[in-house]
Design a protein around this ligand. Structure first.
Ligand code: PLP
Length: 369
């Protein structure tokens, strides 16, 4: 047996739609497939305005530009996250103030945020780890009281909810990823969601290299030119066509992933390994089956567990190395210990979870551990 950690799933019509995009004669960005994808998300989840991007990294960079983040501004975010959450703001000169994870979950501990706020704080960036919601009521409340922006890094959070509200619809801005390791993919790909309408017009300009090209093509202005900063954040129609084939099958993908997730969870419950904790879901959150992870009780045990699985042909992997301890940021970090972050860095293990996973074989192997 040789089970990879991830295998991108094709729904079947990707190349057909790509061919259609190519033959339409319009293969640059913001064409028919891009619009189909925007409309899907706006209708399906009630997002105010969506803009496909070439990655979630790009969507986060757009968010930092939109919020006018400048040298010396402070951004509160979890240390247990992917580098892109951090880089987007560091690129604008911001200082990162890292918050710890919750005890029961790798997401940001909402109770640790308020103490970190200073007059320089501009935004709180939350990460819905494994697609499980952060406590958004508490976080939006803090932001409101201190006049801060909230950005949701919803890279892993498609089709997941907080008290019935879709993740990505709650913060002022949100960023999704369609990287091949996520639930719905386009190779590389992402999306910025704009929930606060004051950012809508400028987001479109930043997206199109700092020009008002989108407004021009809608006939709203009679010529287009350079009106602001920006970059080339929009993906080609080839990427959007791929994504459309995936979105058409979103429900099927989600059903399958949830089934696999439950199968893992029931097995581990049954096995009741004393040094292994199963994922916990806060009552306000749903599970979008982005990831199946377990948490061991020590780094040594984690490494042994991964090795043992590898010997049996299952590729399980750890996840983030704490950003506050990273070679790039450790000297810039304010020195606070973040024990829960370190715990997840040392002890969390992710198991393979993808549409075509041969779950029966895996279950038999895991039972024999
Ligand atoms: C995957 C991921 C990203 C980056 O997404 P890209 O589309 O690869 O840029 C950012 N943040 C989190 C939490 C992620 O999981």
């Amino acid at each position: 047996m040789n089970i990879p950690f991830n295998k991108p799933y094709l729904t079947g019509r990707e190349t057909e739609y790509i061919t259609e995009a190519v033959q339409s004669g319009k293969i640059s960005g913001n064409g028919m497939f891009t619009k189909k994808c925007h409309q899907f998300f706006e209708k399906h989840y009630g997002f105010k305005k969506c803009l496909l991007t070439t990655s979630c990294t790009d969507a986060l960079e757009m968010a930092a530009i939109l919020l006018n983040i400048e040298e010396g501004d402070e951004i509160i975010m979890p240390s247990y996250t992917f580098v892109s959450t951090a880089n987007a703001f560091v690129l604008r000169g911001a200082k990162l103030v890292f918050a710890d994870s919750r005890v029961d979950h790798p997401g940001i501990n909402e109770k640790s945020i308020e103490n970190l706020i200073t007059p320089k704080t501009k935004a709180i960036v939350v990460v819905h780890y494994a697609g499980v919601a952060c406590d958004m009521d508490a976080i939006m409340n803090i932001a409101k009281r201190h006049n801060l922006w909230v950005v949701e890094d919803a890279a892993q959070a498609i089709d997941s909810f907080y008290k019935g509200n879709p993740l990505g619809s709650i913060g002022h801005l949100a960023a999704f990823s369609f990287h091949e390791t996520k639930n719905v993919i386009s190779g590389e790909g992402g999306m910025l969601v704009i929930n606060d309408e004051q950012f809508e017009a400028r987001a479109e300009i930043i997206w199109e290299k700092g020009t008002n090209r989108s407004a021009f093509f809608r006939g709203e202005v009679d010529k287009y030119g350079w009106v602001d900063v920006g970059s080339s954040f929009l993906p080609s129609e080839v990427i959007a066509a791929f994504l459309w084939a995936q979105l058409e099958n979103l429900q099927d993908i989600q059903n399958r992933r949830k089934e696999l997730w439950q199968t893992y969870n029931e097995l581990f419950k049954e096995m009741a390994i004393p040094w292994l904790k199963l994922p916990s879901m806060p009552a306000y959150a749903t599970n979008n089956a982005h990831m199946y992870y377990v948490v061991t009780d020590s780094l040594e045990r984690r490494n042994r567990f991964i090795t043992e699985l590898k010997e049996k042909g299952i590729l399980a992997v750890f996840h983030y190395l704490s950003l506050h301890d990273s070679p790039f940021y450790q000297n810039k970090h304010d020195g606070r210990d973040l024990p829960n972050t370190d715990h997840y860095s040392d002890c969390l293990v992710r198991l393979p979870l993808f549409y075509e996973l041969p779950i029966k074989d895996i279950i038999e192997t895991l039972k024999s551990l």
